[in-house]
Design a protein around this ligand. Structure first.
Ligand SMILES: [Zn+2]
Length: 314
């Protein structure tokens, strides 16, 4: 027993010495939460079991991280809510089959986003939902999954509706599932990298200058195009959901840093896009909170202030 204790102490001492010698690696391991203010998540999902993203354990090939999927809608909700409380999420634009249920149970926090491109929806249906007080944004606009671009005639009426109602529209471009998901078929079968360029949003911005619009997943990996778009169109916001946990941390930080260096800190939004894996919220939050190039006020902008401005009534 004594020997074991000694060995353990020796090992602990060696660990400390090694830690001192490998400062960079250790810094990532000892991440401590910095930002504790209010958070607005502009990309949350309330799914039922029938919909995608539930029930599977998935290892992200880009990071090696494994996520254990919820197996029931109740589990997805409970695991998500644990994080909403942990991270002080005060508002969340939520889409998916049970979003209205979540809103009715928690109307101060949940805002309902109308999803398109992933099932049957209509402009008239959304208008009625808005008039009933159960629609607060159009998004996720997932037409990308159907192989359709932002300026397609089937998509434009939804932008028009968002502009007319004065509510935000969130347009999804890449990623769309994990790497190579188009080969899984089903909902993902029509994903094309060729449809991912964020420049497709420009005709919409010009046709609808009063539209409150945010590009989901921030147009990654087209950093230069996103800089050009944000420079040319001061009404365009971008949110960093999914890329904040799907991408290797260095790649995400490079992309985010590029936007910050370009002076766009006031138009970057936080989102999670957790689907069936609530643990991704932890990684996505940490990816921003640990960014060495962001100061406290810039984190407050991304986590809360920018989205509060976007959501404020005119
Ligand atoms: Zn999503």
């Amino acid at each position: 027993m004594k020997n074991w204790t000694t060995t353990r102490r020796f090992t602990a001492a060696m660990t400390l010495i090694c830690a001192a010698l490998t400062g960079a690696a250790t810094a990532a391991e000892v991440y401590e939460r910095q930002y504790t203010g209010p958070v607005i998540d502009v990309h949350l999902h309330a799914f039922s079991v029938e919909l995608t993203g539930l029930g599977g354990t998935w290892t992200n090939p880009l990071t090696g991280k494994t996520y254990v999927g919820a197996t029931t809608a109740a589990e997805q909700r409970a695991e998500t809510y644990e994080r909403l409380r942990k991270y002080n999420v005060v508002k969340a634009i939520t889409s998916g089959s049970t979003a209205v249920e979540w809103f009715e149970a928690d109307p101060d926090r949940i805002l309902v986003g109308g999803m398109i491109g992933l099932g049957p929806t209509s402009v008239e249906g959304f208008r009625q939902q808005y008039e009933a007080g159960k629609l607060h944004a159009i998004g996720e606009m997932g037409s990308y999954y159907s192989g359709v671009r932002a300026d397609d005639p089937t998509v434009l009426p939804f932008f028009e509706l968002a502009e007319a109602l004065g509510i935000p529209a969130g347009y999804h471009i890449l990623p769309g599932g994990g790497p190579g998901s188009l080969y899984q078929g089903g909902l993902m079968a029509n994903i094309r990298a060729a449809n991912a360029n964020p420049m497709q949003i420009e005709p919409v911005l010009i046709a609808h200058p009063d539209l409150k619009i945010y590009m989901m997943h921030a147009g990654w990996p087209y950093l230069e195009d996103v800089k050009a778009l944000m420079y040319a169109h001061p009404q365009l916001y971008v949110e960093v959901s999914a890329i904040n946990w799907l991408l290797p941390r260095a790649e995400f930080h490079d992309f985010l840093h590029g936007l910050v260096r370009a002076g766009q800190i006031k138009r970057i939004l936080y989102g999670s896009d957790q689907m069936g894996w609530a643990q991704t919220i932890d990684d996505g939050f940490e990816a921003i909170d640990s960014a060495p190039f962001l100061d406290d006020s810039q984190k407050a902008d991304i986590f809360h202030n920018n989205a509060a401005r976007l959501l404020a009534p005119d």
